[in-house]
Design a protein around this ligand. Structure first.
Ligand code: OGA
Ligand code: NI
Length: 338
């Protein structure tokens, strides 16, 4: 364990180890119990033997670098649209307005959702639609790599969701239903932290403290340390622990929708990214149910003594609000010369 002293408002920092779920383990009960323990304990675990080859993961990281290495004016041609697809520049996102002073996150990103063609009636819904892709030849092979990763990551997410279902005493295929992960709002987000040194005392972060919005997030990182979690968001001062990068594994965390679904039995966990001056790349895959899915207290998570803590809410309604709260208005980019 490694301790660094920080400024007065933060206590000691340590590195925590996460429970590891081996998706190839035939002993499902063992996986369920490890996952359940992790979900009750810190809302973070890692997943290994998930079926995506190391070679392919390396390719996705290499292609992510190729995109972020483009000149800014090329990237601004791919600026995210109102469906949250495409490029997000540095400082576009402000995750933690209470602690981030007048600036946003020191990271750039690229959102890729499930591809829904413009002429599909579903494309009218806020989170479905066509993606923004670089023009042919700008980054050769880029779209194919990202579409393949999107597809494979969804399979990993479904496998994890089955273990979560069992851990919540639900049918194993609870989250596989059409209105759940049958037609998900699943978003791949490439991230690039440019090497800014974070300084919590000045409100400067790679990514400000937040919890993710959906069911679960799969995160792949390079080997640069930066991700921190806070087990108890109400503790004062908050205690932040680093999560060490784990080659080839996905770090998985629970999102706010699962917290609502499970009536807070499984909590979403606050996390953030601190820059240490090194460039850092990560790949997040946010998994949310279908647009119209009603997120309401699970039958196994309520009782007479423990009634639902949240009213039911439509997935898209919830997500729209969360994105609006954390991203800049698109109109701020109107004057950008491309
Ligand atoms: C996120 C996130 C962590 C990271 O994008 O929601 O928490 O390591 N990313 O980039
Ligand atoms: Ni996050």
């Amino acid at each position: 364990m490694e301790n660094h002293s920080q400024n007065g408002t933060e206590a000691l920092l340590k590195v925590s180890t996460l429970n590891c779920i081996d998706l190839s383990n035939p002993d499902i009960h063992q996986s369920v119990s490890l996952l359940k323990q992790a979900c009750l304990d810190c809302g973070f675990f890692c997943v290994i033997n998930h079926g995506i080859s190391q070679e392919f993961m390396d390719e996705v990281f290499a292609q992510s670098k190729n995109l972020f290495h483009l000149p800014l004016n090329e990237k601004m041609k791919l600026l995210r649209n109102e469906k949250h697809r495409g490029y997000t520049p540095v400082l576009d996102e402000l995750l933690d307005p209470d602690n981030q002073v007048h600036v946003g996150d020191y990271k750039e990103g690229y959102y890729i959702g499930v591809e829904v063609p413009e002429d599909d009636p579903d494309a009218e819904k806020p989170f479905y639609g066509p993606n923004v892709w670089p023009e042919d030849g700008v980054v050769p092979g880029w779209r194919q790599t990202m579409e393949k990763f999107h597809h494979e990551a969804l399979e990993v997410a479904k496998a994890v969701a089955r273990v979560i279902a069992l851990a919540l005493d639900l049918e194993v295929d609870f989250f596989d239903k059409p209105e759940m992960l049958g037609k998900p709002i699943a978003t791949l987000r490439l991230l690039h932290y440019e090497g800014q040194v974070s300084d919590p005392s000045k409100g400067i972060y790679g990514a400000g403290a937040h919890s993710d919005y959906g069911l679960i997030t799969l995160l792949a990182t390079d080997d640069v340390m930066g991700l921190q979690i806070c087990r108890d968001k109400d503790a004062k001062p908050q205690i932040w622990e680093y999560v060490a990068p784990i080659k080839g594994a996905f770090i998985v965390n629970l999102g706010d929708m699962l917290e609502r679904w499970s009536n807070c039995i499984f909590k979403s966990t606050l996390h953030r990214v601190l820059g240490n001056g090194q460039e850092r790349y990560s790949i997040a895959y946010f998994v949310e149910p279908s647009h119209d899915c009603l997120v309401e207290c699970l039958p196994t998570c309520k009782s007479e003594d423990n009634p639902p803590k949240f009213p039911p809410i439509r997935c898209a309604t919830y997500l729209s609000q969360r994105y609006k709260d954390t991203h800049a208005e698109l109109s701020v980019y109107n004057n950008h010369q491309t």
